[in-house]
Design a protein around this ligand. Structure first.
Ligand SMILES: Nc1ncnc2c1ncn2[C@@H]1O[C@H](COP(=O)(O)OP(=O)(O)OP(=O)(O)O)[C@@H](O)[C@H]1O
Ligand SMILES: [Mg+2]
Length: 316
């Protein structure tokens, strides 16, 4: 069977801005695929091209073997969408909104079932304008699922959810995948990606800079992450860092080294500090999380967070 979503060499220009710059990936049925990346990386643009809400500039995009840019009602009947910002009429109630949007679908999930699913029973008959941000987001989730879709696009679905609601949202997404639906998710929560995604792609400036399972991406960062801050009065740290084997990222006085040889690197670093009588503030050795890997990937690519050491901001 062909993948539920197949994207090849996708390009999107907004006049002078190249928002998507040659992106390829596939999502299988039963799989949760997460697109990660900084603000403006191109995630929503890709998702909206796949939903048929935007046209592409070049490349191919197939969802359920259909080109979304020219697809008709039968295509829309089989996909579910949670947009990053929804445009539901705030004067409707949750129940009315689900009835209204649900009417378009042939395979309709009953309204009561959806309201229960997103835990809005008490608010089902309140106007959407009177609901909290997280409650409104749950309605968006319900509307994405009202047509019993084969492919679900979730653009930052849990933004605004309290921690307990986020966990229940994750269970819902897991259930969608276990029912053999394909799920394309974007998120800024790395723990969410780690928990939910079978595979993730990290997008920076319209290009995929890394792709794999969360475990594969974590492994790319080496087996350990050493963190510390260099004292203000320390001389430039080039002589310290030169023999260190791992990937070094600096943020002001703060140094992070991802390495497969933490023992040797730590000996080098602590030897250097001990010789000079320095304490290295916040010295820790940990296993890198997906968030650590993500931050080093987007820092390499010129993300907002990247700082610079005296002797260069990063190297391998
Ligand atoms: N309608 C538009 N017209 C012009 N430029 C646009 C338009 N929509 C998006 N862009 C630009 O395209 C780039 C990608 O935007 P996009 O919304 O896809 O990013 P994103 O990864 O979803 O970001 P976020 O995490 O903030 O949601 C940005 O530089 C943005 O300014
Ligand atoms: Mg977006």
């Amino acid at each position: 069977m062909s993948p539920a979503v197949a994207v090849r060499d996708l390009v999107k220009d907004y006049s002078a801005v190249r928002a998507v710059d040659g992106v390829s990936f596939e999502v299988e049925r039963g799989e949760v695929f997460a697109l990660l990346g900084p603000n403006g990386a191109g995630k929503s643009t890709i998702v909206e091209i796949l939903e048929g809400h935007r046209t592409r500039t070049a490349g191919t995009a197939l969802v359920l073997d259909t080109d979304p840019s020219s697809a008709g009602a039968s295509f829309r009947d089989r996909i579910g969408i949670v947009l990053q910002s929804s445009g539901i009429d705030p004067e409707l109630t949750a129940r009315e909104a689900i009835d209204y949007y649900g009417a378009a679908y042939s395979r309709r999930v009953p309204t009561g079932e959806l309201i229960e699913l997103v835990e809005l029973d008490e608010k089902a008959d309140a106007r959407i304008s009177t609901l909290s941000g997280g409650q409104q987001r749950r309605i968006d989730m319900a509307l994405g699922l009202v047509g019993d879709p084969d492919v679900v696009f979730l653009d930052e679905p849990t933004t605004g959810f309290d921690p307990a609601a986020r966990r229940r949202g994750w269970e819902l997404v897991e259930r969608l995948a276990s029912e053999q639906r394909a799920v394309l998710l974007t998120t800024h929560y790395l723990d969410e990606a780690e928990h939910l995604a079978d595979r993730v792609a990290v997008l920076a400036k319209g290009r995929i800079v890394a792709e794999g399972t969360p475990a594969e991406l974590r492994a790319r960062a080496g087996s350990a992450l050493i963190r510390f801050a260099v004292p203000d009065r320390a001389e430039p740290v080039s002589d310290l860092l030169a023999p260190v084997s791992g990937l070094i990222v600096g943020r002001g006085r703060h140094v992070e080294i991802t390495t497969d040889t933490p023992t040797a690197d730590l000996a080098q670093i602590t030897g250097w500090a001990a010789e000079r009588g320095f304490e290295l503030e916040g010295l820790t050795v940990t296993t890198p999380s997906l968030e650590d890997v993500y931050l080093s990937l987007v820092a390499d690519d010129g993300g907002d967070e990247a700082g610079a050491l005296d002797d260069g901001d990063s190297r391998t």
